[in-house]
Design a protein around this ligand. Structure first.
Ligand code: PYC
Length: 317
């Protein structure tokens, strides 16, 4: 009998959205820029991705974080985030979950730490008491007031923006953003996602718009807005979405609705909150967003990957 391969993971959630950090037992992707190692991970290790986050060990909503050595000077680690259908460019809630995990296991102290991601270096500050501020990659509004047409002829207007992933941000939709309407919200945003693809609408340089974000009034008067975010594999983000909030800030600044240093409190569909602000506006007009949120560790486990198990590599479509 072969021994199962052992993978040490720590699970956490950030405002309700789960992250599973692979501490050991992950593939060795070598050295070199993380963007290249991400491609190798996608090409050769997709079965591992699926084993970690998909059923029967995980679920559609889980985001994985593979810790790697960094190739960038000054970074303490590299991280490749992944989900039920592939890898992510960046992940804000995942970065908050990762930092709280590393702090809880004594691997970092309160203070600032830099991480390499496939789309740039991200600085995170562990503030103590489960709180983390993430200074995300430069974010920008790419196109404003873009119309897409759904199969029933309805037109939906939104902005295309980058916040570490590509987003389509919609203000006018007439839907209630609450948990009682998740099925309707998922169906609507999935239709938008497919319509964008059919019409060849993308981010800069053909970037696939794989996150759809709806906005509405907050439930809590201390907040500025509530959102519903559809993720690439059709799960919705339980947190306010760090990269989505970064994209939102970029649009607010581009539209003259938010200034550098002003705080934007983004509420999720669950009511959990990210506090966000623009810390710098770069010469090319891109913004540097800062997102603060809270994560809690929920488990520390050893996953057993037994190749004789017919579902060892997860349930994949
Ligand atoms: O927080 O950036 C984020 C995120 C992306 C997908 C799920 N969460």
């Amino acid at each position: 009998m072969t021994q199962p391969h052992r993978v040490e993971v720590v699970d956490s959630h950030t405002g309700g959205e789960p992250t599973r950090v692979v501490l050991s037992g992950g593939p060795d992707l070598g050295r070199g820029p993380l963007a290249q190692r991400r491609q190798l991970f996608e090409r050769e290790w997709d079965h591992f991705r699926s084993a970690i986050v998909n059923e029967p060990r995980g679920s559609d909503v889980l985001v994985g974080a593979l810790l790697c050595p960094s190739s960038e000077p000054g970074c303490i680690a590299g991280v490749i985030f992944f989900n039920n259908v592939g890898t992510l460019n960046m992940c804000g809630h995942g970065m908050i979950g990762l930092v709280v995990t590393l702090a809880e296991f004594g691997m970092i102290q309160p203070g600032r730490h830099r991480f390499e991601t496939p789309v740039g270096v991200v600085e995170a500050e562990y503030l103590g008491k489960n709180r983390v501020t993430v200074e995300n990659v430069p974010s920008y509004q790419y196109r404003k007031n873009v119309r897409t047409v759904l199969p029933d002829g309805r037109q939906v207007q939104g902005d295309i923006a980058w916040g570490g992933n590509w987003f389509f941000l919609v203000e006018e939709h007439g839907l209630e953003l609450d948990l009682g309407h998740v099925e309707e919200l998922t169906a609507f945003t999935w239709e938008i996602r497919q319509a964008l693809e059919r019409q060849g609408l993308t981010g800069d340089r053909g970037g696939v718009i794989d996150h759809i974000e709806l906005f509405g009034p907050p439930r809590d008067a201390r907040n500025h807005s509530r959102n519903f975010v559809l993720c690439p594999g059709k799960a919705y983000d339980r947190s306010p979405c760090g990269t989505g909030t970064s994209a939102k800030l970029a649009c607010l600044v581009a539209d003259g609705k938010l200034r550098q240093g002003e705080v934007w409190r983004q509420e999720s569909i669950l009511g959990s909150v990210f506090e966000a602000e623009v810390v710098r506006i770069l010469e090319d007009g891109k913004i540097v967003p800062r997102i603060t949120g809270t994560a809690h560790v929920t488990s520390h486990a050893t996953l057993l990957l037994d190749p004789e198990d017919p579902f060892c590599w997860g349930i994949r479509p």
